[in-house]
Design a protein around this ligand. Structure first.
Ligand code: 13P
Ligand code: SF4
Length: 359
């Protein structure tokens, strides 16, 4: 069937240059001490994504916060009593925290930390896509703006996308999906749902190369291949485990293999090493035929987060002039909260065994 509304051609998103924070041991120690004091003064908790620097991940855990995937970041921030949520990750994660916690102050080390999927899906074009298909339930990936979430029926993260799509398919719904074409195609394959796909992609995961991965696997035949579903179909086809960041870390802990080839952002290696000390982790190749190496398995937007910026933002809050606070217009926030809450309620019901998904 050809869609009545032309699905947008693949948008070309130019990632920013990679600028990772480099610190001496003395700087790290001083910055962490200063941040810890400021966090206490401001009743703040730090929620960090697995792709942020090891320094931020360690700091989050040392201060009673959490390091997790985007689903758990949303859940943790919502449940935690702190008045200020610091979100170390990318903008949609900060926005999700604010959508669920309008009464809290949500700040980020750098508000320019975007995401190629979010950038590929402007709210007005997405609304036109939905308007052209009123018979379809719209499901959007969490990697979208608050305005896109507000227009969608459901929000999903990679950890729960396949289950929710399967559920909606079983309820007899036809779907419209945005923005990640690879994750969309993957959940379509595993669920059998009728889906129209937006054509966005992740600049990091799209760079993984199936042919180079096959060669690396031939050199390490006993390694298990772990793939995030934002990767191309040809790469997913080589996977032993396909899953969200948390599910991939769990696989390293659970599987008996000594070696793993990992096709996701290499920031995740910090937690994988901690989860399974002694196991050998190899980066899936981004080089090979057609490689542009724009990302080299690390998200340039995630890399915008760092201890220096975090200290500066907390300092500015103390002086009453914080520039890095997330603000969302209330009418948009309230609508987006409904579609995110649907996902959280589904996750809770599924965990409690209240939702049965057939094969
Ligand atoms: P997770 O939901 O698996 O944490 O993924 C978020 C993301 O941006 C992956 O690129
Ligand atoms: Fe977005 Fe990809 Fe970066 Fe995740 S890794 S935040 S999907 S650009």
């Amino acid at each position: 069937m050809s869609p009545a509304f032309p699905v947008p051609v693949r948008p070309v998103i130019q990632p920013p240059p990679m600028e990772e924070e480099v610190l001496t041991d003395e700087e790290r120690t001083a910055l962490k001490a200063c941040i810890k004091t400021l966090m206490k003064q401001q009743d703040a908790v730090l929620v960090a994504h697995y792709y942020t620097s090891a320094d931020l991940q360690d700091l989050a855990e040392e201060t009673g916060g959490c390091v997790s995937d985007s689903l758990e970041m949303a859940r943790f921030g919502h449940a935690h009593p702190a008045k200020t949520l610091i979100v170390a990750g990318v903008k949609f994660m900060g926005e999700t925290a604010k959508i669920l916690n309008p009464e809290k102050r949500v700040i980020m080390p750098d508000l320019n930390a975007d995401c190629s999927l979010d950038l590929a899906c402007p709210a007005d074009a997405f609304a036109a896509f939905c308007d052209a298909h009123p018979d379809r339930v719209s499901v959007v990936y969490a990697n979208t703006s608050a305005a896109v979430k507000a227009r969608a029926d459901w929000v999903v993260t990679s950890g729960i996308a396949a289950k929710i799509v399967k559920y909606l398919h079983q309820q007899g719904h036809k779907l419209l999906w945005a923005p990640d074409r690879h994750l969309g195609a993957y959940v379509q394959r595993v669920s059998g749902a009728d889906m129209l796909l937006w054509q966005g992609s992740c600049v990091v995961h799209e760079a993984f190369k199936a042919e180079s991965l096959k060669k690396l696997h031939a050199e390490h035949p006993d390694a298990a291949v772990l793939v995030h579903p934002e990767s191309p179909e040809s790469v997913i086809a080589l996977a032993d485990v396909v899953g969200s960041t948390t599910q991939l870390i769990e696989a390293v802990r659970r599987l008996p293999n000594r070696e793993f080839i990992v096709a996701t952002d290499n920031g995740i290696f910090h937690k994988m090493h901690a989860a399974a000390p002694g196991k050998i982790l190899l980066e899936a190749p981004t080089a090979g035929e057609g490689a542009t190496c724009l990302s080299c398995a690390h998200c340039p937007w995630m890399a915008m987060n760092g201890l220096r910026k975090l200290a500066a933002v907390l300092d500015s809050v103390n002086e009453g002039r914080c520039g890095n606070e997330i603000h969302i217009e209330e009418s948009i926030r309230a609508k987006a909260a409904i579609s995110i809450q649907r996902m959280l309620d589904f996750a809770a019901a599924e965990k409690a065994g209240q939702i049965q998904l057939g094969d």
